[in-house]
Design a protein around this ligand. Structure first.
Ligand code: ADP
Ligand code: AMP
Length: 213
């Protein structure tokens, strides 16, 4: 199964993708996590991408398309994958379409989590993430069992550098101008599924699986 989780930054894509990974045993391919890992390793690409990420801007299409192309060719993707945070522009969506066609694959569902901006701001303000496994928590809505410690791998949770009020405004602006046009793109392709992502976490998961199963 080839899936995509879609929505504004902070809509809950990564949170729900973890449940899909468990259920289908296919990898979550998060371009945000890949870029953060490149930054941690201080690669040239990572250091270049960091400037955009810290400002809440999108990293240029050529960079992102390049890393996705290499990643989708890896062995663990042959039975399916979950795209998370990619594509974010029409150019990226068209490039993905070409990549899928040339490898004889098709996208099964685009699971779109619809969340109003006011709620996005609250979610991002309280987000805590695991720098090791990428798990995402919220101080109020989804706290870890032990404060500031990842339930999944025991690492100390951090606040993402780009999860600050100014950057979030810019990320939302970019979402509405550059990413939301993909909704019509995937509706036209017949793979778009709208899920009410404003509901409490378990209800969102339930709606997602009701659709898939
Ligand atoms: P994204 O991957 O779309 O950027 P995350 O999965 O990291 O978003 O979720 C953003 C924040 O919102 C996190 O703090 C997460 O714990 C929290 N969250 C996710 N889904 C819900 C939900 N349905 N209700 C409340 N909080 C949620
Ligand atoms: P995320 O972890 O998905 O919230 O992404 C964090 C940041 O990484 C974004 O604000 C962008 O700067 C960058 N990024 C991640 N994915 C993409 C993408 N598909 N296209 C452009 N920039 C991206």
């Amino acid at each position: 199964m080839n899936l995509m989780v879609f929505g504004a930054p902070g809509a809950g894509k990564g949170t729900q993708a973890k449940f899909l990974v468990q259920k289908y045993n296919i990898p979550q391919i998060s371009t945000g996590d890949m870029l953060r890992s490149a930054i941690a390793q201080k690669t040239d690409m990572g250091l270049e991408a960091k400037k955009y990420m810290d400002a809440g801007e999108l990293v240029p299409d050529e960079t992102i398309i390049g890393i996705i192309k290499d990643r989708l060719e890896e062995d663990d993707c042959k039975n399916g994958f979950i795209l998370d945070g990619f594509p974010r522009t029409i150019t990226q969506a068209k490039a993905l379409d070409e990549l899928m066609k040339s490898s004889g694959k098709k996208l099964d569902f685009v699971l779109s989590f619809d969340v109003p901006d006011e709620l996005i701001i609250q979610r991002i303000a309280g987000r805590r993430v695991c720098p090791k496994c990428g798990a995402s928590y919220h101080v109020e809505f989804n706290p870890p069992k032990t404060q500031d410690i990842c339930d999944a791998c025991g690492s100390k949770l951090i606040i993402r550098k780009d999860d600050n009020a100014d950057t979030v405004k810019n990320r939302l602006l970019n979402y509405h101008s550059q990413t939301s046009p993909l909704i019509d793109f995937y509706k036209d392709m017949g793979v778009f599924v709208r899920i009410d992502g404003s509901q409490e976490l378990n209800k969102v998961t339930k709606d997602m699986f009701e659709y898939l199963l």
